[in-house]
Design a binder for this molecule. Structure first.
Ligand SMILES: NC(=O)c1ccc[n+]([C@@H]2O[C@H](COP(=O)([O-])OP(=O)(O)OC[C@H]3O[C@@H](n4cnc5c(N)ncnc54)[C@H](OP(=O)(O)O)[C@@H]3O)[C@@H](O)[C@H]2O)c1
Length: 301
């Protein structure tokens, strides 16, 4: 009896040591990856690396928020910029400001992604002779305020699907063949921390972001060997119009980043991390969300 007890204790001790070692390894691996993504690039210029993908970068949803900040940050590294959004006046203003500030070429394409398939032939034609090096699939839309599924208008759900999912898939279809031919290119897809676990009151939005994350990760396996870098950005809170439903969130500077701070760090991770928070504080927050995910496979009622 005593012998059986001590052998059980030995097994438990081995399981305990393995558990502790696994956690220590995960902790060290996380911080190694943080240093690689956010500390090392601070001491090395990323301009040469970013420009190796090609001369032109396209950013969708580029007149405000994260998209505008991405366009400015890429232009600061010398990339020529093509902005794609729905409002011609805003596009003209942002485009002229980028060209004047960063001394790069800047163009724009007017497209309302909520209209679905009909907008893409026009975008494809506008990009016919452009060697696109970087595509930032940023455009995204949200509810007027968080609601459960059937309380939100049906057309809003459809708009979110068209804008958040349709635009990323179709824009990738347009630029990828040229990138593969040149054996270089980067596709950066802005997902969201809402992709990591069920997010009640934001169902279709969060599901669209899970799609973007899964799409990006799968695209990596399909195209990495053809010279294409694909990145999924698991973005957390950034102070933009998308958060306009909540004055509370907009006034929490420790949790909510300015768009240009976010884009500055996120652009440095291009070519380094293929699934990232994009900013040190977001990576830490997202890793906490992921480790506390209680809704795993085999979950019982
Ligand atoms: N902010 C956050 O906390 C946060 C967190 C996680 C992920 N994200 C993601 O980050 C991305 C950018 O969001 P943001 O926060 O920067 O939002 P934002 O400030 O509202 O900017 C959205 C941009 O997309 C454009 N846009 C919206 N609907 C469009 C349509 N139907 N056709 C063409 N362009 C359209 C907007 O143009 P107009 O100027 O014409 O409105 C604007 O330029 C989204 O994919 C969002 O899901 C944001």
């Amino acid at each position: 009896m005593l012998q059986l007890y001590s052998s059980h204790m030995e097994i438990l001790a081995v399981v305990g040591v393995c558990f502790i070692m696994w956690n220590v390894f995960s902790f060290l691996h996380f911080w190694y990856s943080m240093i690689q993504q956010y500390a090392v690039p601070c001491f090395l210029s990323r301009t040469k690396h970013i420009r190796q993908y090609g001369e032109w970068a396209i950013v969708t949803g580029a007149t405000n928020g994260i998209g505008k900040a991405y366009a400015e940050e890429l232009a600061s590294h010398g990339m020529n910029i093509i902005l794609v959004s729905r409002n011609p006046e805003k596009l003209q203003k942002v485009s002229e400001a980028i060209a004047a500030t960063y001394k790069v070429q800047s163009r724009f394409i007017v497209a309302d992604f909520s209209l679905g398939l009909e907008v893409y032939p026009h975008i494809k034609e506008a990009l016919r002779n452009v060697e696109v090096g970087i595509l930032v699939n940023n455009v995204g839309t949200f509810y007027d305020y968080p609601q459960i599924l059937t309380d939100a208008p049906e057309d809003k759900s459809w708009e979110i699907i068209n804008v958040n999912i349709g635009a990323a898939v179709m824009m990738t279809h347009i630029v990828l063949p040229g990138m593969v031919q040149r054996k270089r290119g980067a596709i950066l897809n802005v997902s969201s921390a809402t992709c990591c676990k069920p997010t009640p009151l934001m169902n279709i939005y969060a599901s669209s972001k899970s799609f973007i994350d899964q799409f990006s990760r799968t695209l990596h396996y399909e195209y990495a060997s053809k010279g294409i870098f694909v990145q999924s950005l698991i973005t957390y809170l950034v102070k933009t119009n998308i958060l306009s439903f909540s004055t509370f969130l907009k006034t929490k500077p420790l949790l909510v980043l300015e768009a240009n701070d976010y884009a500055r760090q996120a652009v440095r991770t291009i070519g380094i991390s293929r699934r990232t928070g994009g900013h040190l504080s977001h990576s830490i927050q997202v890793s906490i969300i992921e480790t506390t995910n209680m809704d795993r496979v085999q979950h019982t009622v």
